[in-house]
Design a binder for this molecule. Structure first.
Ligand code: DGP
Ligand code: NA
Ligand code: NA
Length: 210
């Protein structure tokens, strides 16, 4: 008997673009269709490393840019073996942020692109990246509680967005861009249509690495 693997679907985008609600909606949809799925979110703040990241993001602790960059990457590495194991056993993972956030937020601070990508090299390559792009970043910034965490400043977010756009262009074979400013319902329907296509293909494809 050959088991077919689950898929690895990553959501990326600036803060407050609706990633968390869209990942939940997609999770519910897959589960209702009888597809075994799990929802994960990076940074995963509960581990020892995750707690340092949380202290950094909430401005309780300062760290050099390089150090926090490596901690975000380590946080992905500490969970990846478990994810791989479950994926190979058939579970589809829906992942709220991943290595692209890792690169984008650090490049926006002025760190070198290649240096930023290298700690994440070897992680599982997503089958699809769902990129929620804001057609108006002011609209996003006006959403409730914006500005509560370290990176939620309009000028900084614009710099992060430039890096996401570059990934989207360069990695266009598996990046899919969506307008984050449309209704939650429409956005969900558009994402679901793409994910259905991806799920038809992935069981037969071997896992690739970043
Ligand atoms: P979230 O929990 O998805 O709202 O993410 C918290 C913040 O951390 C958000 O501003 C995005 C940022 N972030 C997520 N992943 C990384 C990463 O790998 N590196 C850096 N520098 N920032 C990240
Ligand atoms: Na945030
Ligand atoms: Na989020």
């Amino acid at each position: 008997m050959s088991l077919s693997r689950g898929a690895f679907i990553v959501f990326e985008g600036l803060d407050r673009t609706g990633k968390t609600s869209q990942t939940r909606r997609l999770y519910n949809r897959l589960t209702e269709k009888g597809i075994k799925a799990k929802l994960i979110h990076f940074p995963e703040r509960s581990s020892a490393i995750g707690q340092v990241i949380n202290a950094y993001l909430t401005n309780a602790q300062d760290l050099p840019d390089e150090v926090i960059h490596l901690m975000f990457s380590a946080n992905r590495w500490e969970h990846i073996n478990g994810i791989r194991q479950e994926m190979l056993a058939g579970t589809t993972f829906i992942c709220d942020r991943y290595a692209y956030s890792g690169a984008a937020y650090s490049v926006a601070k002025g760190l070198h692109f290649d240096w930023c990508c290298s700690p994440d090299r070897g992680l599982i390559k997503p089958d699809a990246v769902i990129y929620l792009k804001a057609s108006s970043d002011e609209a996003i910034a006006s959403r409730g509680n914006y500005g509560g965490e370290r990176y939620e400043k309009l000028e900084f977010q614009r710099k992060v967005g430039v890096v996401f756009d570059q990934f989207c262009e360069k990695e266009s074979s598996y990046w899919h861009q969506f307008d984050a400013c449309q209704s939650e319902e429409n956005l969900h329907a558009e994402i679901a249509a793409i994910v259905d296509e991806v799920l038809k293909e992935t069981p037969s494809q071997s896992l690739a690495k970043l």
